[in-house]
Ligand binder design. Structure first.
Ligand SMILES: [Zn+2]
Ligand SMILES: [Zn+2]
Length: 135
C-alpha cells in the first residue's frame, strides 16, 4: 500500500472525505450520515462506517474514541491533538502538535511506511478538578 496525495477514491469515499475536510472539527459516523442525507452523496449508516474503515486503512482518516465510547473521525492531514476530560468529556484542541518534529529511527522502521500518528491526552479539566473533594 502506498500513500499518495491524490488517491483515486470511490465516489462514496470521496464524498466522505469532502465532508470531513469541510467540517470545522471531527465528525461521528452519525454526523456524516446526517450531513450527506438528502444530497447526491447520501448513503446508509452501515455504508458510512464501511467506507470510513477503508479510508482508515488507506491512511486518509483517523479515528478517536471518547470516554463515552463515541468514535470521531477526521482527515489525517489535519494534525490535531486533544486533551479530553474523563469526567465530563470536555475536549480541548492543542494548538501545536507535540510530536511534529519527532523522527523515527530508520533501523526501527524495518521497511514500515508511517502515514500518520495519533496522540491523545486524558485527564481532568480544571472545572472537574475543582469539583473533586479534597483528600
Ligand atoms: Zn471535566
Ligand atoms: Zn501530531
Amino acid at each position: 500500500m502506498q500513500a499518495t496525495t491524490n488517491p483515486d477514491l470511490a465516489p462514496r469515499q470521496a464524498s466522505l472525505m469532502e465532508e470531513l475536510r469541510r467540517a470545522e472539527g471531527e465528525l461521528s459516523g452519525q454526523d456524516l450520515h446526517a450531513r450527506l442525507r438528502g444530497g447526491p452523496g447520501a448513503m446508509g449508516l452501515a455504508t458510512v462506517y464501511r467506507h470510513l474503515r477503508q479510508l482508515q486503512q488507506r491512511g486518509l482518516v483517523r479515528c478517536r474514541h471518547l470516554p463515552s465510547g463515541e468514535a470521531l473521525y477526521a482527515p489525517t492531514e489535519r494534525d490535531e491533538h486533544h486533551l479530553t476530560c474523563v469526567d465530563c468529556g470536555t475536549t480541548i484542541v492543542l494548538t501545536h502538535c507535540p510530536v511534529h518534529d519527532l523522527r523515527l529511527p530508520g533501523e526501527e522502521l524495518d521497511g514500515f511506511l508511517p502515514m500518520y500518528h495519533t496522540l491523545e491526552f486524558f485527564g481532568l479539566c480544571s472545572r472537574c478538578r475543582k469539583a473533586q473533594p479534597p483528600d
